[in-house]
Design a protein around this ligand. Structure first.
Ligand SMILES: Cc1cc2nc3c(=O)[nH]c(=O)nc-3n(C[C@H](O)[C@H](O)[C@H](O)COP(=O)(O)OP(=O)(O)OC[C@H]3O[C@@H](n4cnc5c(N)ncnc54)[C@H](O)[C@@H]3O)c2cc1C
Length: 381
């Protein structure tokens, strides 16, 4: 009998730990161990608000050691560098080795610079709450307010709107926030009306969109775009894509272009090994499930249930049937748009719904009340 090792204490990993901990009596002597490179769980959907100083960092972070101790789950604060599924071992950066009987890979994804070392050296990114604070401090202290955001997906748009709203709030007149998007339009596969709504709203915030453009050259003082436009004294933020951490990409199993592990309907990729959340590539009705909190949490419950079924000697594993509640693109001027269930939602209603989801999904009372207070303050400001 071995341990249940969960790599990553994000939405998926913590939900799996909670679900398994609730059924502790069925686990026998097995320990549940969560490994995370960070000391905190960071609530990613609210990070753009931290960048714009609308929400303090303390409202979006949760101390993993304290939370997991309450669940009676072991916590290993270290980075996983390799997983040997044949020897059933997880190798840590500090040299430690953890053996497992069951494994859940829930390490999410991080910014992908696509091998552009120059951009990686110069650009800010938004993977963690600490990154959000670095971004806010840099924008506040850097004399030039010429901001280039590479990537016109959700993250790029949310960062752009937050920074533009922040600079307005600080009464800085001469700012320029620019989104550089390689494709012909922002927001990839989303419906045209959502793209149009976001474009109009970003325009109201004085955010410029350079579609069909990419970074052609970067030097200390100058950034050149493929469309010919040049920026001097710029601040670069990279939000052009994500991929899984190196140890996942190095695994011998099938992966998609972002290095997400291909899983079957039971979220299994190898004997007793499951992948969930952003680290998993789950195909349903011919399409790969997008990265979202709702799927990460639902997948965690299925993986935990399947581990319990294997322990109980059951042959058939539970299958994951995704239920999509919809998506919203929130922007800092109290507007959002998207689809919730079958309804198109836009404006302040969508914006409030987004934060209602964030409050509901937050884990601690401190985070829930904190985000609720920030929402009220912004509504009545
Ligand atoms: C800016 C932003 C805004 C978003 N907005 C929304 C939204 O509005 N709605 C929505 O549904 N989704 C949103 N998402 C996506 C959502 O946050 C993810 O789908 C969700 O966080 C995935 O959960 P996860 O547990 O798989 O990964 P994560 O939450 O990313 O957690 C992964 C954990 O693994 C740890 N880890 C990584 N590598 C290692 C390693 N080598 N060793 C040890 N630990 C490791 C990390 O430290 C992290 O704690 C947003 C994402 C971002 C970045």
């Amino acid at each position: 009998m071995g341990d249940i090792v969960i790599v990553g204490g994000g939405f998926a990993g913590l939900e799996a730990a909670r679900a398994l901990s609730n059924k502790r009596s069925k686990l026998g002597a097995r320990r549940i161990i969560v490994i995370d490179a960070k000391e905190t769980f960071d609530f990613l959907p609210v990070l753009p608000d931290v960048c714009g100083s609308f929400v303090p960092k303390g409202h979006v972070t949760l101390d993993l050691a304290v939370y997991l101790e309450k669940l009676k789950v072991n916590f290993e604060n270290d980075e996983v560098v390799r997983i040997d599924t044949d020897r059933r071992e997880v190798l840590l950066k500090n040299g430690g080795i953890l053996s497992f009987e069951f494994l859940i890979v829930s390490c999410g994804t991080a910014t992908n610079f696509y091998g552009d070392t120059e951009a990686e050296r110069r650009a800010l990114k938004l993977d963690t709450a600490d990154d959000a604070l670095v971004l806010l401090n840099t924008v506040t202290t850097y004399p030039s307010k010429k901001i280039l955001i590479v990537g016109g997906g959700y993250t790029g748009i949310e960062i752009a709107s937050s920074l533009a709203a922040f600079l307005r709030k600080r009464r800085i007149k001469k700012y320029s926030v620019n989104i550089i998007e390689k494709a012909e339009d922002i927001l990839g596969p989303l419906p045209q009306w959502v793209k149009d709504y976001c474009r109009i709203n970003l325009c109201a915030l004085r955010v410029n969109i350079y579609a069909d453009s990419s970074i052609k050259g970067l030097t200390d003082g100058r950034a050149k775009l493929s469309c010919g436009t040049e920026f001097e004294d710029y601040l670069l933020i990279w939000a052009a894509g994500v991929w899984t951490p190196r140890f996942v990409r190095d695994m011998k199993f099938e992966k998609d272009g972002q290095g997400r592990l291909a899983v079957d309907r039971s979220l299994n990729f190898f004997d007793g090994c499951f992948a969930i959340g952003d680290a998993a590539c789950f195909k349903y009705k011919g399409r790969t499930l997008r990265m979202a909190v709702q799927f990460s949490i639902a997948e965690a419950d299925v993986a935990a249930r399947n581990i319990l079924r294997i322990i109980a000697g059951k042959k058939r594993l539970a299958k994951y049937r995704p239920m999509d509640y919809g998506l919203l693109v929130p922007m800092a001027n109290k507007k959002a748009c998207g689809k919730i269930l079958f309804f198109n939602v836009r404006g302040i209603v969508g914006w409030i719904l987004h934060y209602a989801m964030c409050i509901y999904r937050s884990i601690s009372a401190n985070n829930k009340f904190g985000i609720f207070g920030d929402l009220l303050a912004r509504l009545f400001r």
